[in-house]
Design a protein around this ligand. Structure first.
Ligand code: SF4
Ligand code: SF4
Length: 459
């Protein structure tokens, strides 16, 4: 029981609980701005619709992706793959230049913890010293009530966050009016439970032990990557009577006290550093009062050695090259993207039919699926290319978004009396906004068909 209480933060023990002190400053203001914008995006996007369709939603059962006014289906898998790879390499590229800005300013873990969870915790339990004092004391009713109050609000935040996330897969309106399917709610429940555990207990351990992005820092960064750096040259030797006058580190420990992962950046860059810049604001706060610049800055190891920072390094060049190649591929694939799908098959059991007016008839089945969210007043029309003299008979077809239909298409050709042939040609399907070509073959009878046809007529 004691061990469980310790793990849950009720008692001293297994976990070295981190009590980050609140701090203001220019980077924390930046955090607030980026955090509010990102939370507004997370909560708001599932409610935005363009032309009646979601701005961004992956409809997994329907195998459709709605993105910024377009609808992508299984036939656009290559494009989705290219875009996903582009995003991954963009993150690698950005990290190789600017380090862990993602962790510090944009990661949902940081945004939720810094902008919502810590302020809530402070409201219920006070700042660092008050929390440490209370946690070191006896398990009083006041302490339990404060913690329960905090957890209830954490749970609320977890549910709202999880339901908003599920809104990227299911209609947000259905989720919030309790009309979505059981899978959506099961997923919301699991996500909310994980988020609550993270808020209430796991916290910085996620960054330190679980996050794959943190583990890959080594392959993305080098000595010229921007990271949070303690300027040893100006700061050391720390402490002593003259430190305040000389602008050296006064050993106040504020940079350590504010750190959400509990590390001391003066020991050099560590994998645990999430680049939140709280220690920069803390040191600025201390040193400004003493009339000196802060000792912790955004810098590079190369600059610390007195070298000039370079952008032309292998990692950014390789990642930049890959992003450019992927962007070019995406543009090419997008240019080839057609807003409808079309599939052709032959009418079952049919090859050709000889008509009485001495024409040959081939019949096909054409299926068209409209993926265009834009309204299109014009019908789909079917013509042929590469089959001179052919007549096409196809009923006009108008389709709403996401609607599909199959129609018979008849192609007739005046008969020649040569040998039996299979003539390749193309159907051109013209939709309200673009067109698609489909390969097909036209089959003609050989001479023997005359006798058969005549025989058939005589019968
Ligand atoms: S060392 Fe500084 S930047 Fe890194 S996690 Fe701690 S407070 Fe944030
Ligand atoms: S906040 Fe600045 S002065 Fe204080 S301990 Fe950290 S580095 Fe030293």
């Amino acid at each position: 029981m004691t061990s469980l209480l310790a793990k849950l933060g009720f008692a001293e023990g297994v976990r070295a609980w981190v009590y980050p002190q609140s701090i203001g400053g220019r980077f924390q203001r930046l955090h607030r701005i980026s955090g509010v914008i990102l939370l507004a995006i997370l909560l708001g996007v599932p409610w935005i619709r363009i032309g009646g369709y979601p701005l961004l939603q992956a409809d997994i059962p329907g195998r459709r992706l709605y993105a910024f006014g377009a609808i992508y289906t299984a036939s656009d898998t290559v494009l989705v793959l290219i875009l996903s790879l582009s995003l991954a390499f963009a993150l690698f590229f950005f990290t190789s230049l600017f380090g862990r800005l993602w962790c510090g300013y944009a990661c949902p873990q940081t945004v939720f913890l810094e902008e919502l969870i810590r302020p809530i915790e402070m409201f219920f339990e006070g700042d660092r010293n008050a929390r440490m004092k209370r946690d070191a004391g006896p398990l009083t009713t006041d302490r339990v009530l404060r913690r329960l109050g905090k957890w209830v609000v954490f749970a609320l935040v977890a549910v709202i966050g999880a339901a908003s996330f599920v809104g990227y897969f299911t209609d947000a309106k259905l989720i919030w009016t309790l009309r979505a399917g059981s899978t959506s709610y099961a997923f919301t429940g699991v996500m909310a439970a994980i988020a609550f555990l993270d808020f209430a207990w796991f916290r910085e351990q996620f960054c330190i032990y679980l996050c794959p992005y943190a583990r890959f820092q080594g392959v993305m960064t080098d000595d010229h990557t921007l990271q949070i750096t303690y300027e040893t040259g100006r700061g050391e030797p720390r402490g002593g009577a003259d430190a305040k006058v000389d602008g050296r580190c006064v050993a106040c420990n504020l940079c350590v006290n504010v750190c959400p992962t509990g590390i001391d950046i003066r020991d050099g860059y560590q994998l645990e550093c999430i680049g939140c810049a709280r220690c920069i604001d803390a040191c600025d706060h201390v040193m400004e009062k003493l009339g000196h610049p802060g000792l912790i800055v955004y810098g590079t190891e190369a600059e610390a050695r007195g070298e000039v920072r370079s952008l032309l390094r292998p990692r950014p060049l390789v990642y930049g090259g890959l992003i450019t190649a992927l962007a070019v591929s995406a543009v090419l694939v997008l240019r080839a993207h057609v807003s409808f799908e079309a599939e052709l098959s032959r009418s079952p059991g049919s090859t050709f039919v000889l008509d009485d007016d001495d024409t040959i008839r081939n019949t096909y089945l054409l299926t068209i699926g409209n993926n265009d969210p834009r309204p299109g007043a014009d019908p789909y029309t079917v013509t042929v290319e590469g089959l001179p003299g052919a007549q096409v008979i196809a009923p006009p077809m108008q389709l709403g978004t996401s609607e599909d239909r199959t129609i018979p298409v008849v192609v007739r050709l005046p008969r020649d009396r040569g040998v039996a042939r299979t003539i390749p040609f193309q159907f051109r399907i013209t939709g309200p906004h673009d067109a698609r070509l489909l390969a097909a073959t036209f089959m003609t009878p050989g001479r023997g068909a005359d006798e058969e046809h005549d025989h058939h007529e005589h019968d």
